[in-house]
Write a protein that binds this ligand. Structure first.
Ligand SMILES: [Zn+2]
Length: 262
């Protein structure tokens, strides 16, 4: 409160979390940083096994925070259900459960933010799939893992940092990226368990790597098509870090019923 004058504070938001109340002050500031052109561009294919595989063939491991914290989480769940409804003990057990959820969501957020910043800083142009996570989560068997992977969060942060560092972010049409051959464009049908892409044209490679190259190709053609390296590709408009949080909060609440106390 000593650093900023009242006129600089544009919004104040009160947030209740499992571990207490927070006050967020939204300050008007121009957050744009000039960093060197890297001369590098990539396409990203997100997955369950790997968090993403890029078009250069580099894969980033999936941290799977929920899977790792699940034992503790289940224990906290059981403790709540064992306590008498309306009792003080049950209230306490619920607070602990809330904190466990909070920890996992913070781990996910931290991972998504750091990774997104790193990807944006080391590339001039980043292409990724315009995924409809909500539809994918409807597939019950995969829902937990998909929520755990927090791609959506990652994507929103990519777009935010794209804006901050003046990089291009392109969301491409996701249809059939894993089936298409990047080199000749032929559709090579494969099930989820087929890990290798093998095409008649002689192209044999990891399926995720192939998909990332297809995504990269689609991204490039978008850039060539529109002929702009400007802000039109950054769909964020005027977005602040607090807005990112708000968007994600809404998304998480509508998708992830498991963590009510993010
Ligand atoms: Zn081919």
């Amino acid at each position: 409160m000593h650093f900023y004058s009242c006129t600089q504070i544009k919004r104040v938001r009160l947030v209740k979390r499992a571990d207490g109340y927070y006050v967020q002050f939204c300050i008007q500031a121009d957050r744009s940083e000039v960093i060197e052109v890297t001369g590098s561009a990539i396409g990203l294919d997100v997955g369950l096994k790997e968090f993403y595989t890029d078009s250069k063939g580099i894969a980033v491991e999936n941290p799977r925070f929920l899977a790792k914290g699940e034992r503790k989480l289940n224990k906290a769940h059981r403790r709540v259900s064992k306590r008498v409804k309306g009792s003080k003990n049950r209230g306490q057990a619920r607070v602990i459960l809330g904190k466990r959820h909070l920890k996992i969501s913070r781990q996910r957020r931290d991972h998504a933010v750091k990774l997104a910043r790193c990807v944006i800083q080391s590339n001039d142009c980043v292409a990724y799939e315009d995924l409809r996570i909500k539809n994918m989560v409807k597939n019950h068997c995969l829902a937990k893992s998909i929520n755990d992977a927090s791609w959506y969060q990652f994507r929103v942060w990519l777009e935010y940092f794209g804006k901050v560092f003046g990089r291009i972010t392109i969301a491409v049409i996701p249809n059939g990226t894993s089936q298409e051959c990047y080199s000749c464009g032929t559709i090579v049908k494969k099930s989820l368990s087929t890990r290798t892409h093998a095409c008649k044209c002689g192209c044999v490679m990891d399926r995720d790597w192939n998909a990332a190259r297809v995504i990269f190709g689609r991204g490039l053609s978008t850039v060539e098509h529109t002929g702009t390296w400007g802000n039109t590709l950054n769909a964020c408009g005027e977005m602040t870090a607090t807005d990112v949080e708000a968007i994600l909060h809404r998304q998480v609440n509508s998708v992830n019923q498991e963590s009510p106390c993010l």
